[in-house]
Write a protein that binds this ligand. Sequence first.
Ligand code: NAP
Length: 301
Amino acid sequence: MNTHTLIDGKAAAARVLVQVRKDVDRLREQAIQPALAVILVGGDPASQVYVRNKILRAEEVGIRSVEHRLTTDTSTEQLLNLIASLNADRSIHGILLQLPLPAHIDELRALQAIDPDKDVDGFHSENVGGLSQGRAVLAPCTPSGCLYLLEQTCGDLRGKHAVVIGRSNIVGKPMAALLLQADCSVTVLHSRSPNPQALCRQADIVIAAVGRPRLIDASWLKPGAVVIDVGINRIDDDGRSRLVGDVDFDSALTQVAAITPVPGGVGPMTIAFLMKNTVTAALNQHQAQRSQSEAVCHSIY
Ligand code: NAP
């Protein structure tokens, strides 16, 4: 029988959050209270759950959270005004704009309006560009969490062939950039890739970020592959609603060396890395303010 490791995202996220808590305590000793502003526009039920979980987790690690709930009919201009005021507020270190936004709002304009230093989701083009140049930036939370799980599971990733299935701006593309930085050879598959199974079967590491329930079964996987399933899909299973990933978990188990479950795999890592990014943003902003005031002192004397 094939032996495999179940990659425990809850336990890994808990380890990340212990470190975040220590970092928050150190910042508080310097009279810096890390703070995250969360903006939710409209009443999308899934978004409300995500926002509630993010705020709860922030409280647990000592990050101050400020929630801004806007009605569905909020205009792009009104949202931009709120973002501008949060950008200017020195007591706020991270700004999270919960997606998706109502269709009438210009999502790109709103994301680009967030100060890149406070862009804890890593979606601003300055952070996206920095990531593709290999600079240290606020990187998107879900791919950062996946990379952490891979490093914990595989150790050295250098030279491994990673196949990323999906090329979204939120998951697939930044995931590919992070894996390249980790010296993997990276293949990115999408809906126009011919014969994706054959390409995927060559992978040491598979990241599935497709949004198609159980698309990837054993026939896509080489024996001993490590699989990270980003997908979260709600399905009706004999009249019972439940969450499944993009990977057919039971089928994949016959091939893999290690795999994340859904739920309990990547999901908890996303929130943990949001907290980590908020603390990083607070530290960066504090250091930038300190060097600014030192520069002013030098120019005076
Ligand atoms: P998305 O924006 O819809 O992108 C899906 C990608 O999959 C697209 O690039 C698409 O290709 C590709 N694709 C679709 N069908 C395919 C097929 N048959 N073969 C190969 N590629 C195919 O989705 P996303 O935002 O990246 O999210 C992906 C999944 O991850 C969703 O289930 C989402 O709920 C989940 N998610 C989970 C977390 C978490 O915290 N765990 C966070 C974010 C997202 P084209 O570009 O050609 O259309």
